[in-house]
Write a protein that binds this ligand. Structure first.
Ligand SMILES: Nc1ncnc2c1ncn2[C@@H]1O[C@H](COP(=O)(O)OP(=O)(O)OP(=O)(O)O)[C@@H](O)[C@H]1O
Ligand SMILES: [Mg+2]
Length: 276
């Protein structure tokens, strides 16, 4: 049966996006955490997701790489329907780099071994090929001097950069970050953000859950504000962060940028956030 034009358009919209989420619902028992999320990330786009604790940011991210099974709704990653029961979950996960707050490096393996083990076991690369890829990615994150170090010998920022290099070594099509700097001492945050800035500049597709408003403002193509399981507001960073339209966004930003002070509900124009 010939397709109508509109059907073709729908198909191409889905396959062009790096991530496409439609009507996503996720409940844990009786607790509904995601209440109908429509979300997309275009190829090469950097999307920062912000929102209060418990609003469902990590759950959204975890649904995208199938660490959680959606209750209903559909998700496509690089055009592939990952909510199809017959999907090759391992293949989907291989195409997605995941960086968490906790770095999850193997403590008994050197940095180099941490970066090569999955390349060799999962991608079946030879030792020399895996080593070359690992070393190139350690250079990318500024850790060439830590090739033989063990995770316990790294600072938190170095460990997180090693974790990013490990993800990159698998050749992901897109990277998901879940508060990659929030476990770090403040003076170590900058180096990790610098690496992420570099990835964005190279055109990597990135979805970043973050509390780093200055990073979001500077690097994101789009900022998405979530609250209580829905997307409340999204748009260019200067719009969402500089002139938020929704009272919930204004209230959240006021609390994040001025801890201890609440935005007045009538305060339609939150003054320029004091981000560096
Ligand atoms: N595996 C789980 N079982 C039960 N409830 C869960 C599970 N994972 C998350 N939740 C609940 O879902 C809600 C959303 O959690 P989620 O981790 O997605 O929030 P978040 O926006 O990432 O918050 P934070 O900023 O604190 O990381 C919370 O109420 C949380 O307790
Ligand atoms: Mg979270």
């Amino acid at each position: 049966m010939p397709r109508t034009t509109s059907q073709i358009e729908v198909v191409s919209t889905v396959s062009d996006a790096a991530i496409e989420v439609r009507s996503l619902h996720k409940s844990f028992g009786t607790l509904e955490v995601l209440k109908g999320i429509d979300f997309h990330v275009d190829k090469g786009e950097v999307v920062c997701v912000i929102g209060p604790s418990g609003s469902g940011k990590s759950t959204l991210l975890r649904c995208i790489n199938l660490l959680e099974t959606p209750t209903s709704g559909k998700i496509w990653v690089s055009g592939q329907d990952v909510t199809d029961p017959d999907v090759d979950i391992d293949a989907v996960r291989r195409s997605i780099g995941m960086v968490f707050q906790q770095f999850n490096l193997f403590p008994h393996l050197s940095v180099l071994e941490n970066l090569t083990i999955a390349q060799r076991r999962v991608l079946r690369r030879s030792r020399s090929e895996a080593d070359a890829v690992a070393r190139a990615n350690l250079e990318r994150v500024g850790l060439t001097d830590k090739v033989t170090a063990y995770p316990a010998q790294l600072s938190g920022g170095q460990a997180q950069r090693a974790a990013i290099a490990r993800s990159l070594s698998m050749g992901p099509e897109l990277m998901l970050f879940d508060e990659p700097t929030s476990a770090l001492d403040p003076e170590l945050v900058g180096d990790v953000l610098e690496v992420m800035r570099g990835l964005a500049a190279e055109g990597m597709t990135m979805m970043v859950v973050t509390h780093e408003m200055s990073f979001a403002r500077e690097v994101a193509d789009r900022v998405v504000f979530m609250d209580d399981g829905i997307i409340v507001e999204e748009g260019r960073p200067e719009a969402v962060l500089g002139a938020p339209q929704h009272p919930r966004t204004r209230d959240f930003l006021a609390r994040v940028l001025n801890p201890g002070r609440r935005a007045s509900p009538s305060d339609g124009s939150l003054t320029e956030p004091t981000v560096s």
